[in-house]
Design a protein around this ligand. Structure first.
Ligand code: GTP
Ligand code: MG
Length: 205
């Protein structure tokens, strides 16, 4: 089985659950620290230049952003389906006030708690960095809410390919997850997208 994304459109941004778009389709969400490459990964998976806004400066995505994706099943192109991708605001950005941090927390826990069709989360970490406390807190939050997740180790173009496996194994150990639940991605080189898409497939088909 495999899916091919044929179309994607931005639906809306929201803060409060009452403003989420009502939808009969599953959600798959992207979380991680500011600047880790969430919006870039979304664009790469969707093969779009900037459907999700990216920035060299951390703190670009401040709201919960919903995108509607239409896909076809490769083996039978007559079969098609829909899924929502959700770009979430990043955490760990030093230059935000305490109030902003609090509202971020509320926005995230609301989303995890209230969005009943949330099927899974892609948790992004920078492949070059050791997981920090905030990433581990996010992972345990996902476990607490019993939301399936994988880790996408981003910016893999920045490490020699011979070293990538070692970095992944170290991250898998820190997060205490299986080696198949962590994948290296590069939005710059467009590598690793197939693995992320396969995991998404396993959630929605
Ligand atoms: P916030 O919205 O602030 O939470 O950030 P984000 O996680 O959405 O990050 P974004 O996608 O905006 O990317 C941040 C910066 O990292 C941008 O300058 C991107 O060009 C860069 N970047 C993202 N992915 C990659 C990658 O795979 N390789 C390299 N070299 N740079 C990347
Ligand atoms: Mg972003």
């Amino acid at each position: 089985m495999g899916i091919r994304i044929v179309e994607s459109e931005f639906i809306k941004s929201a803060v409060y659950p009452k403003d989420y778009p009502s939808s009969e389709f599953a959600d798959v969400a992207f979380v991680g620290k500011s600047n880790v490459g969430k919006s870039s990964l979304l664009n790469s998976i969707l093969n779009r230049k900037s459907i999700a806004k990216t920035s060299g400066k951390p703190g670009k995505t401040r709201l919960v952003n919903f995108f509607l994706i239409r896909f076809k099943v490769k083996e039978n192109e007559e079969l098609e389906g829909f899924v929502n991708f959700v770009d979430l605001p990043g955490y760990g950005y030093a230059k935000v006030s305490k109030d902003e941090r609090e509202s971020w927390k509320k926005m995230m826990s609301n989303y995890f708690r209230e969005r009943v069709q949330l099927r899974g989360v892609i948790l992004l970490v920078d492949i070059r960095h050791k997981a920090d406390e905030k990433d581990l807190v996010m992972a345990s939050m996902l476990r607490e809410f019993q939301i399936p997740y994988i880790i996408a180790a981003t910016k893999s173009d920045k490490v020699p390919s011979t070293k990538a496996r070692g970095y992944l194994d170290a991250l898998a150990e820190t997060f205490d997850i299986g080696k198949k639940d962590i994948v290296a991605v590069s939005s710059l080189k467009k590598t690793g997208m197939d693995k992320v898409i396969s995991w998404i497939e396993s959630l929605i088909i």
